[in-house]
Design a protein around this ligand. Structure first.
Ligand code: SF4
Length: 348
């Protein structure tokens, strides 16, 4: 629907990144990576929610070594997040990591960069250059923030290209929606590497979801973005769920239930809010794409939700079940939740 910006392609293990692949969803654990059990547990919850790539913080050698044990227990590719320390990158590669997040310009040692690049090339391990507006190098502080972020990215890219390395993806994050958008749009004019898009420190569930939806959504509409991370001060599972809501809203990916529910009005004859929440809860974790509608009245409900695969609309003391806008059954209100779940289960 929206023309994707043409990019180079790369693979993180079996997940393709770039314009010819679906836009992938990723997240980052907030456990101590050295605690293998807790980290694996969280990654499994994220996998269940649909996370396709997971990043872990590598703070020391023990964390880098833990990647080996974590990798054996999980099914999605794992990315090591490293700041400054080249030894941790090498240790992570030796532990079997699938990709790195590392800014080579922050490593003041050409030999170490070369070693990382050589190993990454041998093992086909992509490197994400991650620019954050809050930690921009001093050398770019004289520039307007957007130009500074893009110049910083270009500096890191050149360092890798000088070693003939091009398994690169890039992020340019800020907690500001306009800055993030402008930075990605500016860099998109210059390079054709795939982009990891998202905001950083976007905030708590509500505010962060709105900011991320606007920022990521705007970029996706412009065709920019190959993998996304919604960054929230929350359980990371929520990040994955919101990421899919953004992709579903733009009809870029299908994933699980697409909910339609009416805002309610004076015609409403059932407790739509409680019913919609109960249905959403019961259908959590379902991956089959299906549009489900919960509407407050029979007057406008089925018509308003005619694109829904299945739905219910409230009546006086009865509710109607409808499929694709056509009423197919009338039931008592107290039976409606169980019936709807039963019908959905039979479709799935
Ligand atoms: Fe009002 Fe009925 Fe529309 Fe819900 S479906 S907003 S109750 S008219």
């Amino acid at each position: 629907m929206f023309e994707r910006r043409k990019t180079k392609q790369l693979y993180i293990a079996n997940v393709g990144i770039g314009s010819s692949f679906p836009i992938s969803v990723q997240s980052m654990t907030n456990t101590d990576t050295r605690n293998v059990k807790a980290t694996v547990e969280q990654i499994k919850q994220l996998e269940e929610a649909g996370c396709e790539l997971i990043r872990v913080a590598v703070v020391d050698k023990q964390a880098a070594q833990a990647i080996k044990a974590i990798k054996q227990e999980i099914s999605i590719p794992i990315i090591a997040d490293i700041h400054f320390n080249p030894e941790l990158a090498i240790e992570s590669i030796n532990s079997g990591v699938d990709a790195l997040r590392l800014n080579p310009g922050n490593i003041n040692n050409q030999e170490a960069i070369q070693q990382i690049v050589t190993l990454s090339k041998q093992k086909q391990i992509p490197i994400r250059i991650g620019i954050n507006s809050g930690s921009l190098e001093k050398e770019f502080s004289h520039l307007p923030i957007v130009e500074g972020m893009v110049s910083s990215a270009l500096k890191h890219i050149k360092l890798l290209e000088d070693f003939d390395f091009n398994l690169i993806k890039i992020s340019l994050k800020s907690s500001s929606v306009p800055i993030t958008i402008k930075a990605y749009e500016l860099l998109a004019k210059t390079v054709d590497y795939p982009f990891h898009i998202g905001l950083t420190e976007a905030g708590t569930l509500k505010a962060g979801s709105v900011k991320s939806s606007i920022g990521i959504g705007h970029l996706l509409i412009k065709g920019i973005g190959d993998t996304i991370r919604v960054s929230l001060t929350e359980n990371p599972v929520e990040e994955v769920l919101i990421a899919y809501e953004i992709l579903k809203a733009l009809e870029l990916r299908q994933h699980g239930i697409n909910f339609i529910s009416c805002p309610t009005c004076g015609r409403c004859q059932i407790d739509v809010i409680s019913l919609a929440k109960a249905v959403e809860e019961k259908l959590k974790g379902i991956k089959t794409p299906l549009t489900v509608a919960i509407m407050g009245c029979v007057v406008n409900g089925p018509g308003e939700a005619k694109h829904a695969d299945i739905g219910i609309a409230g009546g006086d003391d009865k509710c109607v079940l409808f499929k694709k806008g056509q009423i197919i059954k009338t039931v008592e209100q107290k039976e409606v939740l169980d019936l709807l779940i039963k019908e959905i289960s039979s479709i799935i």
